[in-house]
Design a protein around this ligand. Structure first.
Ligand code: SF4
Length: 483
């Protein structure tokens, strides 16, 4: 399927809207003769949406929105395309026209503008055609998040990235490197990462910032050796008073590289929350996605974590993995509930071009993902509540990722980063520092190199780019508060 957009400066919204219906659709400047295509055209007097499929074309026309319609031409044309595609395909995406990653944020922002709940409901369910069920989910989460939505201008969280894994999962689109192949890079990487953390601490002091949460993620942080974990977490403990912060998460990720000694290191060096991620408890599915561990290994790792005193554990699951079925997914949910972790995060499989699974295969190959996601009701019945939600481009059936927790175990870093509550300072390859100014709702980013080798070779440039943190606070925060 091709997408052809004429008359708009930005094709982004319509490109992603069309992919809700045709995931592999490519944007083209003009239609190739004989190819299936969605056409969106903004003319001088009217708009046109067209779908040409299997030799048949159908069209919808509408006048341009007037000043009383309270709509931009971009939105009006996207809505025309959406209506045509719903009518012609018979599909209604559960999140309607919303293609963005943060639906809950729309609720927070609408409230900040003074909109009532019924106005927000109309916005979601009428304007964007979101189903009642998804709106209720987003509203429930927004309500649960509200105690953490007010941040001080100088609050921040620290993200530390470990871009190594024991093996590459077939669906992975992350920059992570296989630890065996990149063994030589690991120690220099950890050494420089510790230097970057020192630099971040100086930047934070210079700008009078207060640390709220720490998150060591990846990749798989426990693919480091126990000594490298001691070096990294020892640096963190030396630089920060851990008694002062709200949460310290480390992704223990995969049981094929997480042993009792490493779990003890995480506990000893101050982690208050860890993540052990089975993704599925089906051994067949685990083998199919390239994980070199079994469900039994996950359970053993979980029990070891409990035995060394980890009292706040998250488990990540993925709905829609190749070879999985709704019943298989239910069995995974039941298995994880038996372990009774404090958090369960349910992702919907997302396929990006960098992954080893091919986007076009997915329609036939993957089970009924919507049915799997609906089986998560069992989590509610077991006493868990949804507390954060986000979406990604390329997610199967345009569904969401939802974090569930037992009461009082909300993962605060997840809320802070997803709802863009405060600044995130990131260390390591693939890290993106996100600077937040509360007053003007302004966000600026500073990117680190993506790959570990570039990070090591370009480390001086990494530190130089971080000077952007000082510029940001001087220009957008200090200047606002000094007068
Ligand atoms: S564990 Fe995560 S980051 Fe590592 S290869 Fe698998 S999906 Fe990618």
């Amino acid at each position: 399927m091709q997408t052809v957009v004429r008359g708009l400066a930005s094709v982004y919204d319509i490109e992603h809207l069309v992919r809700l219906f045709y995931p592999g659709a490519e944007i083209r400047p003009r239609r190739t003769r004989g190819q299936d295509a969605v056409i969106a055209h903004l003319g001088r007097r009217r708009m046109l949406a067209g779908l040409c499929c299997a030799g048949q074309c159908s069209w919808e026309y509408a006048p341009l929105p007037g000043p009383d319609d309270n709509q931009t031409p971009e939105y009006a044309l996207a809505a025309l395309v959406y209506r045509l595609l719903c009518r012609r395909t018979g599909k209604r995406p559960p999140w309607g026209m919303l293609t963005g990653v943060r639906p809950v944020r729309i609720i927070h922002d609408s409230r900040a503008k003074g909109m009532s709940e019924s106005e927000i409901r109309r916005l979601f369910c009428h304007k964007y055609d979101v189903t009642d069920e998804k709106f209720e989910l987003a509203l429930d989460i927004a309500n649960r998040q509200s105690p953490w939505m007010q941040a001080d201008e100088r609050d921040y969280s620290l993200y530390i990235g470990i871009p190594f894994c024991p093996s590459r999962c077939s669906y992975c689109s992350f920059v992570s490197r296989t630890i065996e192949k990149e063994k030589k890079l690991v120690q220099p990487y950890v050494d420089l990462l510790c230097r970057e953390l020192e630099d971040i601490r100086s930047l934070a002091d210079h700008n009078r910032l207060h640390l709220k949460t720490i998150y060591i993620g990846g990749g798989t942080p426990t693919s480091l050796s126990a000594d490298q974990l001691r070096q990294l977490m020892g640096t963190v403990r030396r630089l920060y008073d851990l008694g002062d912060i709200q949460e310290y998460t480390v992704e223990a990720g995969r049981p094929d590289c997480t042993d009792l000694e490493k779990l003890e290191v995480l506990k000893e060096y101050g982690a208050t929350r860890i993540s052990i991620n089975p993704q599925t408890l089906s051994d067949e599915v685990l083998a199919r996605i390239g994980r070199r561990h079994t469900a039994e290994d996950v359970i053993r790792c979980f029990e070891q974590a409990r035995s060394v005193g980890h009292t706040n554990i998250n488990m990540d699951l993925i709905a829609g993995l190749p070879g999985d079925t709704p019943d298989g997914f239910s069995a995974t949910l039941d298995g994880v509930l038996t372990l009774s972790p404090e958090n369960i995060t349910v992702h919907t499989l997302t396929l990006k071009r960098a992954s080893n699974l091919v986007i076009e295969q997915r329609q036939e190959e993957y089970g009924d993902v919507a049915q799997m996601i609906s089986r998560c009701n069992v989590l509610g019945k077991a006493g868990y509540a949804p507390y954060y939600l986000y979406r990604q481009k390329g997610t199967l059936q345009n569904l969401e990722n939802t974090g569930w927790c037992k009461p009082g175990y909300e993962g605060l870093y997840n809320i802070y980063i997803m709802e863009e509550v405060h600044t995130i300072l990131s260390a390591g390859a693939g890290g993106s520092t996100k600077l937040r100014q509360q007053k003007g709702n302004l966000i600026k980013r500073v990117f680190n190199y993506k790959y570990p080798l570039d990070y090591i070779n370009g480390f001086d440039a990494v530190l130089q780019r971080k000077e952007g943190v000082n510029d940001f606070y001087a220009r957008y925060v200090d200047s606002q508060t000094s007068g």
